[in-house]
Design a protein around this ligand. Structure first.
Ligand code: UN1
Length: 517
């Protein structure tokens, strides 16, 4: 670790974030009661041990939930704009620490430094959004059918929110949830991915300082560490009214069922299988960067990553050649070095999944246009660096139908009108993000209409990834149906109450029912 940290300032970043490095001991996060075994965090960039984090036992968990429940009782009584002030301070701390936190994200997770900074920016943006929201948690007044009556809708704080997040966005997805949950008056318990535990501890340290400065209990923000078993403490716990879970469809199926069994609410943000439709009028200047960033950004490990290009046959060769040409410009290497576009996959398991997917695509009849493979030699010692691959394939290949979290882009042709392309784009089990590249207004509007894309996100002349926080984020079908981040996604973090108030001297019943005594 020493050599790399000296090069890219990682050691300094760890210090600024209050993390101990391997020579100093174990990081726990200030509100983590973790007394279980240690998780070691290795960087996929250089294979070095970055630090260790202690895991949460069942007994520890009981202390955490107690702290979160106690904190909830005071936090929900605090006026929402004052809670917004806490989130404002948190956002400011993130502004101060954008560089070290972005570096840690890049080093622990492997995404390019630019994307690491982008992730922290996304946290700052959602904090700003939530601050404004803290004065807009408005209910409505509804006309009553009865004289001398009025109906009202109110939004009350929900309780303790459980957050389960994935390795690929190790800090931003937590912030999407917490920034909203906090202004709504909820307290949070976060189980981060065991593949990026130090990012979680760093975030906890930052919010802990803000809470301390404001004499607020740290139970407002808690972390628990460990594998899926630790997540299960939350999914089966009736004291947690909402579980927000981001990850694979496989995970979501289990979590969703467990939470539903106890009538909890769940917000699921699961797998995607995102396509860009490229029509005859598409502008290559827009198509190439949109498709390439979508496919190789975060080394193909975004849930919004572009997996399929559905290209009209009349422009197929031109588009194919332009994309294949652009792949030749890509540089792969240490993501902390800003000259590289692409860092490593998260670990060797992910490398094996990537290799198996390429083999499967070939076995199903795919035609490889850009060879994949694992990079070896100087700078690639971690064994996690792979080459982004492009394969001509058919939409109904089994491998094309499933999400592989890796930089593999499938190219396919359509020959008819845009409806045919839309049917192909919709012809998968997932429904997160989608895009069309066109200068034809009618095609764009058809794609966005009720008969168009069936995804939660449908874009025109931009790629499938890189959504802004202002819109609701999430998708349909096997993506799980949840919406987080912007728009009115805050409503799931609150409980809705309908009030009917009678200010008359009579008691008329609704629906005109007579009940005379
Ligand atoms: C994810 O991959 O889980 O739209 C989230 C995007 C990012 C968020 C991705 N803003 O690509």
């Amino acid at each position: 670790m020493q050599a790399v940290s000296a090069d890219f300032g990682i050691k300094d970043a760890l210090k600024q974030l209050g993390l101990k490095d391997i020579n100093e001991g174990t990081s726990t996060g200030s509100n983590n009661f973790g007394s279980g075994e240690l998780i070691a965090s290795y960087s996929p960039t250089d294979g070095q041990l970055i630090g260790k984090v202690s895991t949460t036992t069942k007994d520890d968990y009981e202390k955490v939930i107690q702290a979160a429940q106690d904190a909830f009782l005071m936090f929900r009584a605090m006026p929402a704009p004052q809670r917004g002030e806490i989130v404002r301070q948190f956002g400011n701390k993130l502004r101060e620490l954008k560089e070290p936190l972005g570096k840690l994200v890049s080093y622990e997770m492997g995404k390019s430094l630019q994307e690491g900074y982008g992730e922290v920016q996304e946290m700052i943006d959602i904090c700003d959004f939530a601050v404004g929201l803290s004065r807009q948690l408005n209910g409505q007044t509804i006309p009553s059918e009865r004289p001398g009556h009025v109906m009202r809708e109110q939004w009350h704080s929900l309780g303790v929110v459980g957050i389960i997040s994935a390795f690929n966005f190790p800090v931003a997805v937590w912030a999407w949830n917490t920034a909203l949950a906090w202004v709504c008056g909820d307290t949070c318990i976060w189980k981060a991915s065991e593949k990026a535990p130090l990012c979680a501890v760093a975030c906890q340290n930052i919010i802990a300082e803000v809470l301390k400065d404001n004499n607020l209990p740290e139970g407002i923000s808690c972390i628990i560490n460990g594998d899926y078993k630790v997540g299960e403490f939350m999914t089966t716990d009736h004291r947690i009214p909402l579980i927000s879970a981001t990850g694979s469809t496989r995970m979501g199926r289990i979590v969703g069922a467990k939470v539903a069994e106890r009538f909890g609410k769940s917000l699921l943000e699961l797998g995607g299988n995102n396509a860009i439709i490229i029509t005859p009028t598409a502008d290559l200047k827009v198509v190439v960067p949109g498709a390439v960033f979508g496919a190789v950004g975060t080394c193909g490990q975004r849930c919004t990553s572009t997996r399929r290009l559905i290209i009209h046959e009349s422009v197929y060769n031109k588009v194919r050649d332009a994309i294949v040409g652009a792949y030749k410009q890509l540089t792969i290497g240490n993501p902390l070095d800003e000259k590289n576009h692409i860092g490593p996959l998260i670990d060797k398991d992910a490398v094996n999944t990537y290799l198996a997917a390429i083999e499967k695509a070939k076995a199903e009849g795919g035609n490889v246009l850009v060879e994949g493979g694992v990079l070896e030699g100087e700078g690639y010692e971690s064994g996690c660096y792979v080459k982004p691959a492009i394969i001509e394939a058919k939409n109904d290949f089994e491998i094309v139908q499933s999400e592989t979290f890796a930089p593999i882009l499938y190219l396919m042709k359509y020959s008819g009108d845009v409806e045919q392309a839309i049917a192909m784009q919709n012809g998968v089990a997932q429904g997160l993000s989608s895009a069309i590249m066109t200068n034809e207004m009618k095609e764009a509007e058809k794609f966005l209409s009720f008969a168009g894309s069936d995804c939660g996100i449908a874009n025109v002349n931009i790629g499938t990834s890189g959504a802004e926080i202002g819109g609701a984020f999430g998708g349909e079908k096997e993506t799980g149906g949840g919406r987080e981040s912007g728009s009115d996604a805050w409503k799931i973090y609150m409980r809705r109450q309908t009030n009917t108030i009678n200010y008359s001297d009579e008691l008329p019943l609704a629906q005109g029912i007579k009940f005379d005594l």
